[in-house]
Design a binder for this molecule. Sequence first.
Ligand code: C2E
Ligand code: CA
Ligand code: CA
Ligand code: CA
Length: 278
Amino acid sequence: GRNTVRVFLPPMQQEADLRLILERGLRAALEQDRMGTQFALHFQPQITADGELLGAEALLRWHHPQLGEVAPEKFIPLAEETGLIHALGSWVVDEACAHLRAWDRDGIAHGKSLAVNVSAWQLAHPHYAARLVAQVHEAGVAPARLTLELTESALLQDFDGAQATLRQLAAAGFRLALDDFGVGYSSLSYLQHLPLDVIKIDRAFVSELQADAGNPLAGFIIDMAHRLGIMAVAEGVETVYQRQALEQMGCDGLQGYLISRPVSDAGFRHWLADHRQA
Ligand code: C2E
Ligand code: CA
Ligand code: CA
Ligand code: CA
């Protein structure tokens, strides 16, 4: 208009503003203990080749009061850079334990393990293992009910430190999964020195599984996992072809949109009820 001046911010400035808004929002939610009104865990079921429930992965969702849904790929890196990841990760564990207790109470997913994602920054914290053990004990949940999903980069930043922490966590009874396997590093020798229960085959190898693709790598990863006495769980299973190919390769667990999208607690209960009938 005539009396107004509009300022168009260059994209970089907009990006920086958005980061600041998100950081403030995250900090405020954590400080004012308003996590439960904006954040929620969603659950994506994992099944065996026979269709039995294996467990589920908890995936964090943020509904920002003004911006709406913010993707984890946006706010997790921000939480890591600002150090808020420790408080956020701790909230995720409390929430995961609360859902497990409610499921036990209602006879749902009995004895199954719930996977939570652990960032490299959390793992690197000197008191991470001790605090987690105390937190889960206080929540009244057996450590075996939680599977901690870690990425290769989290382990390789400080291998000796990570190895010691993982041994501590395994000794306490937690299940340990290596997430996004196969995308990061070529050296595999480190695998035999870690107390892993699960290797999660990255979606990239699962999407390779198509009728015309020869010699898919997923099969090698599954064989290697089994040689090491580790379970293989495939993520990002989207087609019947992929599911059947993975079953033929002896893959122990399947997770992906074909089975279910990540859903709310209510959605997970519905899925379980439908799944039991099927
Ligand atoms: P991730 O651990 O690799 O989780 C799997 C991601 O793939 C999820 O995205 C999930 O919704 C998506 N997905 C599942 N099945 C399929 C499929 O069949 N096809 C496709 N295309 N995608 C599928 P989401 O929920 O957006 O999470 C993204 C990433 O954010 C996660 O990747 C994880 O690294 C991180 N994240 C999520 N929740 C948490 C958390 O509580 N803590 C930490 N540290 N990171 C988290
Ligand atoms: Ca994961
Ligand atoms: Ca993954
Ligand atoms: Ca991923």
